[in-house]
Design a protein around this ligand. Structure first.
Ligand SMILES: CC(C)(COP(=O)(O)OP(=O)(O)OC[C@H]1O[C@@H](n2cnc3c(N)ncnc32)[C@H](O)[C@@H]1OP(=O)(O)O)[C@@H](O)C(=O)NCCC(=O)NCCS
Length: 180
């Protein structure tokens, strides 16, 4: 193995994006596209046109720039390979809570613990931000409920038929919460 091989396999992060890099929209679009193409449950299907994914990535980057959302990333050899978004709520009655969104790990790196690393990091970031409670949702039938339970999250609700898949079948959306 050469030094170059070692460099290419090294994953860094999670990094909190403080300043938006000019390549961030491209990197997030590519990652989101790869995860969606592999069947990941992050709002898209393998058939979703990349332009639609890019619009979503632009929305995230705009929200991060405007400090409405926070983005944590993983990188490998200059490529974005993991991401998760924290959206703190605002308003006098709900400023203690936040939503965790768009947790994704590059298909090549899944099942190696990086999802858990990102999830724990976003909880730590929410704690540092002063939040007291987090929520997230996951599509039923993906097996992700075990992942969230193992990480200390509790199921707190089920939205029936909240997701309509391209084959015309519905999936419930499971809601999880965590006190911090
Ligand atoms: C969900 C995701 C972020 C988890 O990250 P990861 O790095 O693969 O997960 P980890 O290695 O930290 O944890 C692995 C454990 O989580 C569970 N798990 C993770 N992904 C799973 C999946 N798709 N189906 C079933 N269990 C899963 C398993 O218990 C697994 O343990 P095992 O490999 O021993 O069976 C990643 O698989 C991913 O990006 N998936 C596609 C996008 C997605 O569905 N995001 C969630 C939106 S709610």
């Amino acid at each position: 193995m050469t030094d170059r091989d070692l460099d290419d396999s090294f994953v860094s992060g999670p990094h909190l994006v403080n300043q938006v890099h000019p390549g961030l929209v491209d990197g997030l679009t590519d990652l989101w596209g790869r995860v969606g193409a592999a069947g990941g449950a992050v709002g898209f299907t393998p058939e979703t046109p990349l332009a639609e994914v890019r619009t979503a990535a632009e929305r995230v980057v705009e929200a991060v720039s405007a400090r409405r959302e926070q983005l944590l990333t993983l990188g490998r050899a200059g490529v974005l390979v993991g991401a998760v978004v924290l959206r703190p709520d605002s308003g006098p009655l709900v400023a203690h809570r936040g939503l965790v969104l768009d947790l994704m790990v590059d298909p090549d790196l899944q099942r190696q613990g990086w999802g858990r690393v990102l999830l724990d990091a976003v909880v730590a970031q929410a704690t540092a931000h002063g939040l007291r409670r987090l929520f997230l949702s996951a599509r039923d039938g993906t097996g992700l409920d075990d992942f969230y339970r193992a990480a200390g999250w509790t199921e707190c609700g089920r939205a029936p038929d909240a997701v309509l898949l391209p084959d015309g079948t519905y999936r419930d959306e499971l809601w999880f919460t965590r006190r911090i």
